[in-house]
Design a protein. Structure first.
Length: 619
């Protein structure tokens, strides 16, 4: 009996201790739950990493297991896993006949459609790197991305705007020896890739075609605006791709799930997170281009259970007229990033509080990320003491005016306080590497902070302002430096400024983002100095619209006599951002507004300002 009493006493003590830990350290229980799911996701992908498998290899396994299960829904068509696998084999053979060999590069400039995946997997089967181009690119930016990718073949979509953008640089492509194929019927100047693919066998392709396999070899270039200059190519290697599939796998998806991807497939979120659904045997529902009015009809049509988003997409959905069908859906999770708190609340109130908003955070080139696995309102996850150790992430004080980290007397970064926005930095280790940029090594070096807390350490500069509350909830606040987000895209202020100064009569240009009520991200605004007193607003409008994608076109133009500089001769943006487009703050400077109806920049008035702030204009 003494033994049983002892056992009972120990059990009672452990129970009390467990309850005490739950009360004093509630975050620890959540961390253990998260770590357990992360470990399971890691266990699932371990064989793929160990054997240097590609997504195509995994697709073969699933096609053998569930050949007739739907892999992709697109418009009114369905592709089974077997059909998708056979299509990938045909694509591999067609691309090989184009002369592509291991180490070569091919660029995809297509909207979201089923062919995107088998072409990418076909490249992977050949050891060819796929460069994923934004289909909004034009002229200088397009050629820059093509040049840095060093491609031999360009595959484009059949949409008019893509074809015209490529035609406008066709001479440059010919000079570079680049072959262009269209994913559709042949054009007079472009050959049809589907015609070549359909002629090939669907038999499995030899593994030796891809050359020497290595998880460290890049399988794709994903472009990001970065903080300065033209778009930069992030090298996504095979190992990092598999690790990032864990974001969706943490949700434990099954073959009964249908994952809706309305995002462009050149985005890392759509490519790595969305198509990791195929690894779990789920069905992917694709939409060529996002439509706020069609999201819920699509979800009902395909039986969608998981929706991928960026913040703006759900805001647009919430702006649609209310209907009796708003809660008639099977969606259980929405997964993405950039969701504003007010939109978050509106979305749940209208479409169902049962929906788990799984907001996550991560940079394309970054080495760590966070996810709101516990459905806590407004946050992107937790940065508890345990998570700080596991992710190597800290938030340091940041001086907004000087655009730099705050240091103490020992020249060490000062940690941000609870509730204080600061710069997120993440420790770089052998197990937590960053993705390098292709090309100039200085581009990668600029993202690395060295000797931060002790000699020899390295940290990734996220370029993002984050905040942690006293419960260790982590919140995204803003971006720093020369990049802002608008319409779901990163906009490089340097790239836009370089484009604008090429317009007639423009001497200098200083580009920055400004907040507009009711809109996610920041809209573009540019302060310009004119060569002369004459300002032709139509010429600037035509130049901007022909040279920049829609999301990068400044909505506001402010004319100033001179541009204020910092002590290091950089354009000062802080005061301009604070003043924004508010005519009460701007003083005597003239401000102009982008008006697509009259195809010109027009004088910005108090009446227009009121309409902008009341969300009466389509921006």
């Amino acid at each position: 009996m003494d033994l049983w009493h002892a056992v009972a006493a120990v059990a009672a003590g452990l129970l009390v201790l467990w309850q005490l830990v739950k009360v004093l350290f509630p975050w620890l229980m959540e961390d253990f739950g998260y770590i357990g799911k992360l470990a399971k996701a890691g266990f699932d992908i371990a064989p793929s990493l160990r054997n240097s498998l590609t997504l195509s290899d995994k697709l073969k396994e699933i096609a053998n297991r569930i050949p007739t299960h739907p892999a992709i829904y697109f418009e009114d068509d369905t592709w089974t896993y077997q059909e998708l696998y056979e299509w990938t084999n045909r694509s591999t053979r067609a691309l090989k006949k184009l002369g592509l060999i291991p180490g070569d590069k091919l660029a995809l400039m297509m909207m979201s459609e089923p062919a995107y995946l088998p072409i990418w997997m076909g490249c992977s089967n050949l050891g060819v790197v796929t460069s994923l181009l934004n289909y909004n690119l034009q002229s200088k930016s397009l050629l820059h991305c093509i040049d840095i990718s060093e491609i031999k073949v360009l595959v484009i979509g059949k949409e008019k705007k893509i074809v015209e953008a490529v035609r406008n640089v066709s001479k440059d492509l010919k000079d570079r020896g680049i072959s262009v194929y269209v994913n559709g019927s042949s054009f007079p100047d472009f050959k049809s890739l589907p015609n070549l693919i359909e002629q090939e066998s669907s038999e499995p392709c030899p593994r030796e075609w891809r050359g020497k396999c290595s998880n460290e070899k890049p399988i794709a270039y994903i472009f990001t605006s970065g903080t300065t200059g033209l778009p930069k190519a992030v090298k996504l290697d095979n190992a990092i791709f598999w690790k990032r599939t864990g974001i969706l796998n943490i949700l434990s998806p099954t073959r009964n799930d249908v994952v809706y991807i309305p995002l462009p497939l050149y985005h890392a979120a759509a490519l790595t997170v969305g198509f990791s659904a195929l690894i779990s045997g789920c069905t992917v529902a694709l939409r060529k281009k996002f439509s706020a009015s069609q999201m819920w009809p699509d979800c009902r049509k395909y039986g969608v259970t998981i929706v991928l988003y960026i913040g703006e997409t759900l805001r647009y959905v919430c702006m649609q007229p209310a209907t009796e069908e708003d809660r008639n859906h099977k969606v259980r999770v929405v997964l993405g990033n950039g969701l504003r708190k007010d939109v978050w609340k509106t979305f749940l109130d209208r479409f169902g509080p049962h929906i788990h908003v799984c907001e996550y955070y991560g940079a394309t080139e970054g080495n760590a990320g966070f996810i709101n696995l516990n459905n806590k309102f407004g946050c992107v996850g937790t940065l508890s003491p345990l998570m700080k150790i596991l992710t190597g992430s800290v938030i340091v004080k940041y001086h907004h005016g000087e655009d730099e980290i705050c240091y103490d007397k020992n020249n060490k970064p000062i940690l941000a306080d609870y509730g204080e926005p600061g710069l997120l930095v993440m420790k770089i280790t052998s197990l937590a590497k960053i993705c390098e940029y292709k090309g100039n090594k200085n581009l990668t070096e600029r993202k690395i902070l060295r000797n931060v807390f002790k000699n020899g350490d390295q940290y990734f500069n996220s370029g993002d302002l984050m905040m942690v509350d006293k419960e260790y909830r982590l919140y995204f606040c803003d971006r720093v430096g020369d990049t802002f987000r608008w319409k779901g895209e990163n906009v490089s202020t340097t790239e836009v400024a370089d484009t604008i100064v090429m317009a007639p009569c423009i001497k200098e240009a200083n580009v920055y983002g400004v907040k507009i009520p009711g809109n996610d991200g920041k809209a573009g605004m540019v302060s310009i100095v004119l060569e002369s007193d004459k300002f032709d607003t139509k010429i600037l409008y035509n130049h901007v619209c022909s040279s920049l994608p829609s999301y990068a076109q400044p909505l506001f133009v402010r004319v100033q006599p001179q541009i204020e500089l910092t002590g290091t001769y950089k354009h000062r943006k802080v005061n301009l951002q604070q003043e924004g487009y508010d005519l009460e703050n701007i003083g005597e400077d003239k401000v102009y507004f982008l008006d697509h109806q009259v195809k010109s920049y027009v004088r910005f008035t108090k009446t227009l300002q009121k309409k902008v702030e009341n969300c009466e204009l389509r921006l």
